[in-house]
Design a protein around this ligand. Sequence first.
Ligand code: NI
Ligand code: MN
Length: 225
Amino acid sequence: MLKITYFGHSCFLIEGNQGKVIIDPFLSGNPHVKVKPEEIVVDAILVSHGHQDHLGDAIEISKKNKAPIIGIFELVRYCEKNGATLTKEMNIGGSANYNFGEVTLIPALHSSSAPDGTYTGSPCGFIIQMERKNFYFAGDTGLSMEMKLTGELYNIDVAFLPIGGHYTMGPADAATAVEFLKPKLAIPMHYNTFPEIKQDPADFEDKVGDLAKVKVMAFGETFEL
Ligand code: NI
Ligand code: MN
């Protein structure tokens, strides 16, 4: 059994039989989120890059759950310096097994620094394998040719893709990303949190057409895969 919950922006909770993982837990300060960081129960926290709308409450959730923050080397070091006691550093192209499943770091075309300006390594995305399903989490990224390779290497079941524009790809480029990645299901993210990233997800759905199924998730919605 796999369950996916959307907490808005780029924050998802994936629950499997072997464990639960939260990705980019931007909860405090997100106007659409009702859940409080202290209510989150997880086995690991994945963080794609250092920007506040992704790092979010990662350190607090990690401490409360005694769960590791998983991410790129420099970002994880920043988390340690700021109070995280459990971390798992990785780097792009590498994979590691955890109780909940396997994580591979993949490139993202973006920038990355912590809220205080500290350099936090390259931004990244994730391939998460749980119960023989492959999740592709793009992080913040523009459209890139790397996605074509990722689509060839992995049989992607679910792709989480930013569609907000301004800071990441918008609906048209995200639809091209679907063409490159060939997922069975695409879930849009990183839109409608701030005025700069206002988008109609139906526009993305139209542009994807028959390339994949699209699921537009409401804030707080959960579904079983
Ligand atoms: Ni960002
Ligand atoms: Mn962002």
